[in-house]
Write a protein that binds this ligand. Structure first.
Ligand SMILES: *[C@@H]1O[C@H](CO)[C@@H](O)[C@H](O)[C@H]1NC(C)=O
Ligand SMILES: *[C@@H]1O[C@H](CO)[C@@H](O)[C@H](O)[C@H]1NC(C)=O
Length: 355
């Protein structure tokens, strides 16, 4: 991990330029009409600051109509198991624990040697952290299928399968999804439930939610190099720190700020239109500058797992029509692939420099 940190700084810039060049040549010229975040009286964030994402509200009510065409939890479980069979030689399906109501937290690992420890970077994608932000779980299954179907056909798919261990947790909050709300079955916001570096709000491990504990022990076990958690309600790539020491809304960068800005830019510049944001320059933002949060998963990953985690807001609308999900997957496809693939090239350099 110390190696990966240094390597990020040294090798990422030239690589990024390449990625950006490629991305710019294929960018559409369409511009945004609408930004992501409204200041609102957030339900659960009031004590930490007055600013919040529009994603904080459980409103408006989620109707039957809105959820039509989205996979239910049992359909997702079947999809994950089917995937494991269909892509048996380049994947492994495992569970990292259970939700409050007993749903297994299924993970798909994609690699040519799934389950084996190798000197390769591990990346994780986590979807559906908030129960009412379901786009991530759908898009992540598309990503898994695409990698499986294109391994040995597409160079990027092959590169990722052969040189990384990609772990995909489509839903971290199946109970919240079933209940059509942000929090889990105990109505706790899982992205406020991690121990915090500035305030001891969540220091007692025994009081953490089962979903949070599952993620914490997973991170300790797998040594991820980088990761991304998928959210909805805005369109932006968010990077640490998420909180500031004095709770003011301000740019609060972590020691690897540069590396994080590159990573976030890889995502936004490879995206269909994230970088065209009117609200966020280049489609990226420091978390504390947007609005500080405490107990988030992203900062905990960096501090306690040595893992470079981004928080990705991938859709202004939390519940777009299900017929738009394929389009949203396509808009995020190159971003996801480039983000994971960028680690590979970095780590090739890493082993070369040790020879
Ligand atoms: C990106 O495109 C979507 C349509 O797919 C649109 O709704 C959104 O406003 C656009 N955002 C930006 C920043 O261009
Ligand atoms: C997986 O299966 C495909 C198709 O049968 C085969 O071409 C490929 O070599 C296999 N890959 C691995 C890593 O075993």
């Amino acid at each position: 991990m110390p190696c990966a940190m240094a390597i990020w700084r040294v090798y990422l810039l030239p690589l990024l330029l390449l990625v950006l060049l490629r991305a710019f040549t294929s960018l559409p010229t369409q511009a945004a009409a609408r930004g992501g975040a409204d200041p609102s009286s957030g339900t659960d964030d009031g004590k930490h600051g007055s600013f919040s994402r529009n994603l904080l509200q459980d409103k408006p009510e989620i109707t039957e109509e809105m959820t039509r065409g989205y996979m239910s939890n049992s359909e997702l479980e079947i999809a994950v198991q089917d995937f494991g069979r269909r892509c048996a030689n380049v994947s492994r399906v495992y569970s990292i624990g259970k939700s409050v109501n007993g749903s297994p937290l299924w993970v798909v690992e994609i690699s040519d040697k799934p389950g084996k420890r190798e000197a390769e970077p591990a990346f994780k994608f986590i979807g559906n952290v908030h129960g009412d932000e379901p786009v991530g779980r759908e898009v992540l299954m598309q990503l898994a299928y695409w990698l499986c179907d294109n391994y040995l056909k597409d160079p990027l798919a092959t590169l990722i399968v052969e040189n990384t261990h990609l772990h995909i947790l489509p839903t971290m909050n199946p109970d919240g999804f079933a209940l059509r709300r942000r929090g889990n079955a105990n109505n706790i916001d899982l992205n406020r439930d991690f121990p915090d570096q500035f305030f001891p709000i969540n220091d007692d491990i025994n009081y953490r939610q089962p979903e949070t504990r599952a993620i914490m022990s997973w991170i300790k076990q797998e040594h991820f190099t980088a990761s991304a958690a998928l959210h909805g309600g805005a369109l932006v790539a968010n990077y640490p720190w998420d909180g500031s020491r004095d709770k003011r809304k301000q740019y609060y960068g972590c020691p690897d700020d540069k590396a994080f800005r590159y990573m976030a830019s890889v995502y936004s510049q490879s995206h269909y239109n994230m970088s065209l944001s009117k609200e966020f320059r280049g489609g990226i933002t420091n978390g504390a500058l947007w609005y500080p949060i405490y107990g988030g998963m992203q900062d905990w990953n960096y501090i306690h797992g040595g893992c470079f985690e981004l928080t990705l807001e991938i859709s202004d609308v939390k519940w777009p029509k299900a017929s738009e999900l394929l389009v949203i997957w396509k808009q995020n496809k190159m971003s996801m692939l480039n983000l994971v693939a960028s680690l590979v090239k970095v780590c090739f350099q890493c082993s070369a420099s040790h020879d």
